[in-house]
Design a protein around this ligand. Structure first.
Ligand SMILES: O=C(O)c1ccccc1NCC(=O)[C@H](O)[C@H](O)COP(=O)(O)O
Length: 234
């Protein structure tokens, strides 16, 4: 039996939940955050009514994240009223000033997603650090991609080597049960997020994959850092 944990357990977010069955699987497996996707073009998108019904089932067992992309205040207000989220996830081109304005208006945590492909993308991390409540460092969507996120692509985790260890961020992008422990060991992240890696098809979440991901993430929090383990770049 390992000794007392010196660091808090890794936060696990399952993003793009759209059915009661996979919601219950996520909660039963110990997910800390549940993401409901309100980007209409996404295969994971839910309506206000469906999101409200799913949010009602969470019943305090996890934090609720409402995912939007470059959305206006009125649409966000409708989502907040329907879902009562703990977090707003901003996955578009929202500048720091927009993040601050939404924090002021809604009084919710803001999880700002930043796409990472190369060293130049770290400037965006610096711009949002200290504004957003938490960053989601995701693989940058390829040019012409239909979706700004949820593409199941890994980025080179060594790009994060120079980050301030105190930076509150979650790692995202192409994670699954097979690589999440390595990702945690390689980066030291205290949070992970997944969408494609727990699906059998775009938008079709799978209970067994969800359970395996969460178990692997929990085990990764105790693993010895890998010698290298850079994510295979896209
Ligand atoms: O998942 C989507 O369909 C999506 C669509 C538009 C904007 C963001 C989207 N997902 C955001 C997430 O937080 C995903 O979990 C993240 O991008 C990682 O996705 P994946 O690489 O598929 O695990």
């Amino acid at each position: 039996m390992s000794g007392p944990r010196s660091t808090p357990p890794v936060i696990v977010k399952i993003c793009g939940i759209s059915t009661p069955e996979t919601l219950e699987a996520s909660l039963g497996a110990g997910a800390d955050m549940i993401g409901f996707n309100f980007f209409p073009k996404s295969p994971r998108a839910v309506s206000l009514e469906a999101g409200s019904a799913l949010a009602g089932r969470v019943a305090g067992r996890a934090e609720i994240v409402a995912l939007t992309v470059d959305m206006g205040d009125d649409e966000i207000a409708a989502i907040v009223a329907a879902v009562r989220p703990d977090w707003l996830q901003l996955h578009g081109k929202e500048p720091p000033e927009r993040v601050a304005a939404l924090q002021d208006r809604f009084g919710l945590g803001v999880l700002k997603a930043i796409g990472i492909r190369g060293p130049d993308d770290l400037a965006e991390v610096a711009a949002h650090a200290g504004v957003a409540d938490r960053l989601l460092l995701d693989a940058k969507a390829p040019a012409g991609a239909a979706l700004p996120g949820g593409n199941g692509r890994v980025f080179d985790w060594s790009l994060l080597d120079g980050l301030d260890p105190a930076l509150p961020y979650m790692l995202s992008g192409g994670l699954d049960a097979g690589n999440v422990a390595e990702a945690i060991a390689r980066t030291g992240t205290r949070g992970v997020d997944v969408s494609s890696g727990v699906e059998t098809a775009p938008g079709v979440k799978d209970a067994a994959l969800i359970e395996a991901f969460i178990a692997a993430a929990r085990s990764g929090a105790d693993s010895v850092p890998a010698s290298s383990g850079e994510g295979t770049t896209t």
